[in-house]
Design a binder for this molecule. Structure first.
Ligand code: T5A
Length: 211
């Protein structure tokens, strides 16, 4: 079987990091041990710098424009895909990604209301037809997701946004997931054990369906 790119998506605090480990465990049960983890933005030296820029809110009060935010997350993604993900897949390594392009369509498309067509054309231009093989979307109401994040410590620039902003992002995620069979939606407002069980079932079945 060729190596695959599995992405986990969702609002902050949805449980993406926790779920990455669940996915890796299931892959191991299927004899797949050669796995790397990526996070977006991040996971290359330059992309990690861009991550700091995007999460930080101290630019002497210079506001990051919505388009600048979009271009920064895309710059980080292109670096990651070209320097890490594609080479890994080419040598037979599986990749588990904490966020990918769906995040831009949800946050910058849904949250910032940048045109969906524009984001899609940017993606086509920058990455062509490169896409995840499977996306697990962890769906959680923003009220719950933000509660989890607040427990963790100080909020970053995006986490300080309004409930309305995160509601628009969630609605966009749900709409995109409903129109794409490659995206599987999981109710992540339940316990970690229940979420893990759903992930397990989805991955087991998906692996069996791969020709
Ligand atoms: N961004 C990113 C864009 O705007 N556009 C883009 O294109 C991209 C790629 C990235 C930021 O950048 C934005 C989105 C983000 O604002 P990030 O740190 O990578 O930031 O993303 P976060 O979503 O903020 O990461 P988090 O670590 O906050 O969320 P996770 O990974 O989803 O959650 P996790 O697993 O760390 O869990 C958080 C807490 O909740 C608990 C965990 O124990 C932990 O304490 N938890 C649960 N508690 C109860 N029940 C469950 N089912 C739980 N699951 C987890």
């Amino acid at each position: 079987m060729n190596s695959k790119f599995i992405v986990i998506e969702g609002l902050e605090g949805a449980g993406k990091t926790t779920s990455s480990l669940v996915v890796a465990n299931i892959l191991r049960e299927h004899g797949i041990h050669d796995v790397i983890y990526t996070r977006e933005p991040g996971s290359t030296p330059l992309s990690e710098k861009l991550r700091e820029l995007i999460k930080n809110d101290t630019y002497n009060e210079e506001k990051i424009t919505y388009y600048a935010e979009l271009f920064v997350v895309f710059a980080a993604r292109v670096q990651l895909v070209e320097h890490v993900i594609k080479p890994a897949l080419a040598r037979g390594t599986w990749v588990i990604g904490d966020r990918h392009e769906l995040s831009s369509r949800a946050y910058q498309g849904g949250g910032r209301e940048i045109s969906h067509d524009f984001i899609c054309s940017l993606k086509e231009e920058a990455l062509g037809n490169f896409n995840p093989d499977l996306t697990l979307y962890l769906d959680v109401p923003p009220e719950i997701s933000l509660q989890r994040v607040k427990k963790r410590g100080p909020l970053d620039r995006i986490e300080k946004e309004s409930l309305h902003f995160f509601t628009k992002i969630r609605n966009q995620y749900l709409a995109l997931a409903a129109s794409d069979k490659q995206i599987r939606t999981i109710d992540a407002s339940r316990s970690q054990a229940q979420v893990a069980l759903d992930i397990e079932n989805i991955i087991h079945q998906w692996l069996q369906e791969i020709p």
